[in-house]
Ligand binder design. Sequence first.
Ligand code: NAP
Length: 361
Amino acid sequence: MCEYVTLIVGDGLNTLLIALLLKSLVISHVVLTGLFHVGHPLSASTARIRALYAGYPDRYPEYKICLEEAFQEYKLDVALTDDLKFYPSRVDYIIYSPRGPLQDFSPYINAKAIFNLQAGADDVAKNPTLPPSVPLARMVDPGLREGMVEYVVGHVLRYHLSMDQLWEKKNAREWQPRGMPLARQKTVGILGLGELGSCCANALVGLNFPVIGWSRSMKQMEGIRCCHGPDGLISVLRASDVLVLLLPNTKETYHILNRDNFKQCKKGVYIINAGRGSSIAEDDLLEAINDGTISGATLDVFQTEPLPRNHPFWRHPQVLVTPHIAAKSRPNSASKVIAENIKRAESKRPLLYLVDRAAGY
Ligand code: NAP
C-alpha cells in the first residue's frame, strides 16, 4: 500500500504519460485533474496556434471547412475547435459572433485577439469582460462589400427610376409616358464613408451619380465631395436627393437624423438606412414622411430588431422594411480575412479592421 498521493495538474499529452507511468510503477495514487482536456483532440494536437470558434453553432460546419482551408492556404499551423469547454487559457484566438454562445471573455486570459464575424463592433466593443489590451477586429470581407454595394445601388436606382410609382401605374393600368431623369441629375449623399460607404460611393460615381459624403475625419476621395463635422452634415442633407446611411452605432451617431436635421434635408429626399437603426429617430422619420419632407425610406436596420409586429413602419406605404439582410460575410472570404489577421498577429503586424474601442467602431 503506497503512502503518497501525487496530484498532477495539467492537460497535455505529457501530463497524461507521466501520470500513467507513475501509476504503472505503483509509486503513488495518481490524481489526474483536467482529464476532460487530456482527452480533447486539441490538447493532443501539436499545432502551434489554437483557435476557438464561438460564432453561431449552426454555421460551424461550413466555417470549419473554410477556416481550415484558409489556414492551410496561409501556411498557418492552427488547431480549431468549437468546444467552449476546451481549456480557455490555451486559446490564442477567438472567432466570435455577438449573439453566439460566448459572452464571458474573462477566462480567456491568453487570448491574443478576438475576431468578430460581423462588420458592426457595437455589440462586442462594450462587453465589460473583454480586456482593453486584447485587440478586437471586425469583419469586412469581399462578400460583405459586394452585398452592400448591390443593396445600396439597387435601392438608389429603384428611387431614381421611380420603380414604386411605376408599379402603381401598372396596377392601375395607366399608360402615362414621361421623361426619365439621368443619374447625373440626382445627388446621392452618403453618411459614413468607411469600408462600406466608400465602396458604395465609388459604385454610384461609376453610374454618373454626383456623390457627396460625410465622415468623422476629413477625407479626400476622387470624384466624391467629402464633408465632415456639423457644417459638413448640413451640406450633405441640403444637397441629397437620396440619402444613404452607413454609420456605426456610437454615442455621436445616435439619432443623427432627427426632427431638426430632417428640416435641413432637400424636400422630397429618399432615405436608405443600411448602417444601424440607432442613427434615425424613428418617430421623427415617420413625421417627416407624413408631412412630405421625406418621400420614402428603405430601412434594413431598426432600433429594435426584429422590428416589432405592431411597428408603424410595417404598414406605411412609403416605407420598405428589409430584415437586416443588406450584406453578410461569406464563410469562404471571411475565413481568409481571419487567416490573414492571425498571420499578422503572429508576426506582430497591425490587424485588418481593428476596432477603435474608444471611438466605438
Ligand atoms: P466603418 O469602416 O467603421 O465606417 C464608418 C464610417 O462612419 C466612417 O467613415 C466614419 O468616419 C463614419 N463615422 C463614424 N462616426 C461618425 C461621426 N460621429 N460623424 C461622422 N461620421 C462618422 O464601417 P463600415 O464597415 O463601412 O460599416 C458601416 C456600418 O454598416 C457598420 O457599423 C455596421 O453597423 C453596418 N453594417 C450593416 C450591415 C447590414 O446588413 N445592414 C452589414 C454590414 C455592416 P471616419 O472615416 O472618419 O472614421
